[in-house]
Write a protein that binds this ligand. Structure first.
Ligand code: 6PG
Length: 469
């Protein structure tokens, strides 16, 4: 058998199989490895020509089939499995071989693995891969981080397989250490936020405007042709026209309203708290998945409490409010995630180029959107921009839509329709753009009960007052 396959991939599940076939389509020979013999033979069959795509259940056969320095990508579940696979490969590898973890690994795990493998002369990369199964097959957005020099060996393959935006590959070396996994984690946090917002708009249109699924399908499809153009709006439109084979009704109506999660959104929120960066549109998206999981309790509570009768709103008026509110909240959600990235870059030494991140998010990934072109330009104009809301490019877009968000959030609150993503986005905006907040009172309270001291507006220094009379 040949021993010069260009690329190795461990984990031939849906993502792995699709990714390796994509690599082969681009003219690179690839070899797969999985403990499951069925997955191995399925890949060999689908690959067609074993000179181009081959696979084995045996780790030694797999490693020996690859040209050096070996480029081995892992597409296995995040967590312990990654460590187990690394341990099983290690005795078989040579110095300067490269392992790329393409899963949603937690970034500190990537740092630990990189340091561990460095001692053994192996280069380790964390590379976020976004786009689901179809993306893996036809072109994902790829977010690699790690050793810059070693990346040169992987670059031609990644650039060939990545999604293309107007011909430009949606992949870039993002920075040292776990930069790739970190950026993918925040990508997923933004993904959670945008999905939550889309679901709230869907709910409001249905409850307040009596939109049928077919009208919703058309509305989202129309929005997808305008400034809201994005993968999530596009698939929402398609979902809303999907018929159900079992009932002949619309499938969306039969789906249980409990959303699962694998943890990347929660990690984004947790780490944002650690960094001291507010990302409430992402936090609430995580909380809403948690609230959704409490279905039994929700049913009981629904019986205990009355809620206001929903006052219907004119369809066209509601449609326009919804489009503007969604656009506004999408901007706010990206702003929060990117603020987190800019801060993490300083804190962890990632040296991230946010414009470049926006560039590689324009195609292939789940949060791809027309808006990312403007985001890219905003950060190209000012690389040190800490928050998108400070970009002159965004003032008009936000100013022109915030009033619709105000009206819709107020309407949702008055009519008892939960819209916490929309309302958190609005509240974040109102707070972030307030030069004066009432947190002076919190400082006074802290000083009152705990002598925690406070600063003053009118003079320098640290002050304490004996408040009790
Ligand atoms: C992507 C996605 C993907 C993620 C799923 C499921 O970019 O392709 O982010 O990596 O695993 O979206 O995530 P949850 O199960 O947490 O919703």
């Amino acid at each position: 058998m040949r021993n010069n396959y260009d690329f190795g991939l461990v984990g031939l599940g849906v993502m792995g199989r699709n990714f390796i076939l994509n690599v082969a389509d681009k003219g690179f020979s690839a070899f797969g490895n999985d403990l499951d013999a069925e997955k191995v033979s399925a890949l060999i069959k689908e690959g067609g020509d074993t000179e181009k795509v081959n696979a084995s259940t045996n780790a030694k056969t797999f490693v020996e089939a690859l040209s050096t320095p070996r480029k081995i990508m892992l597409l296995v579940p995040a967590g312990k499995v990654v460590d187990i696979v690394i341990e099983s490969l290690l005795p078989l590898l040579d110095k300067d071989d490269i392992i790329i973890d393409g899963g949603n690994s937690f970034f500190t795990d990537t740092d630990r693995r990189e340091a561990y493998l460095q001692e053994k002369g192996i280069h380790f990369f964390g590379a976020g891969v976004s786009g689901g199964a179809k993306g893996a097959r036809l072109g994902p957005s790829i977010m690699p981080g790690g050793d810059r020099e070693a990346y040169q060996h992987v670059k031609p393959i990644f650039e060939a397989v990545a999604a293309k935006y107007k011909g430009e590959p949606c992949v870039a070396y993002l920075g040292p250490k776990s930069a790739g996994n970190y950026v993918k984690m925040v990508h997923n946090g933004i993904e959670y936020g945008l999905m939550q917002l889309t679901s709230e708009i869907y709910d409001l249109l249905k409850k307040a405007g009596n939109y049928s699924n077919s009208e919703l399908h058309q509305t989202f499809a129309k929005w997808n042709e305008g400034r809201l153009r994005s993968f999530l709006v596009e698939i929402t439109s398609e979902i809303l026209s999907q018929k159900d084979d079992l009932t002949n009704g619309d499938l969306v109506d039969q789906i249980l309203d409990k959303a699962k999660q694998k943890g990347t959104g929660k990690w984004t929120s947790q780490n944002a708290m650690d960094l001291g960066i507010p990302v409430p549109s992402i936090d609430i998206a995580v909380s809403m998945r948690e609230i959704s999981a409490l279905k039994d309790q929700r049913i009981k509570a629904d019986e205990l409490y009355d809620r206001p009768e929903v006052a219907s709103m004119d369809k066209a008026k509601l449609g326009s409010l919804a489009e503007r509110s969604l656009f506004f909240s999408f901007i706010i959600t990206y702003a929060q995630g990117l603020h987190q990235l800019a801060t993490a870059s300083k804190e962890y030494g990632y040296e991230l180029d946010i414009a470049e991140i926006a560039r590689i998010w324009r195609a292939g990934c789940i949060i791809r959107a027309g808006l990312l072109g403007d985001i890219m330009q905003a950060f190209q104009e000012d690389g040190s921009l800490s928050n998108l809301l400070l970009s002159p490019r965004f003032v008009e877009k936000v100013q022109g839509t915030v009033d619709a968000a105000r009206e819709l959030v107020a309407y949702a609150a008055q009519n008892g329709i939960p819209a916490p993503g929309l309302s958190n986005s609005l509240t974040y905006f109102d707070a972030y753009t307030s030069s004066r907040l009432p947190l002076n009172l919190i400082q006074a309270q802290r000083d009152y009960f705990g002598s925690h001291t406070y600063e003053r507006l009118d003079r320098e220094g640290i002050f304490h007052t004996e408040w009790e009379k």
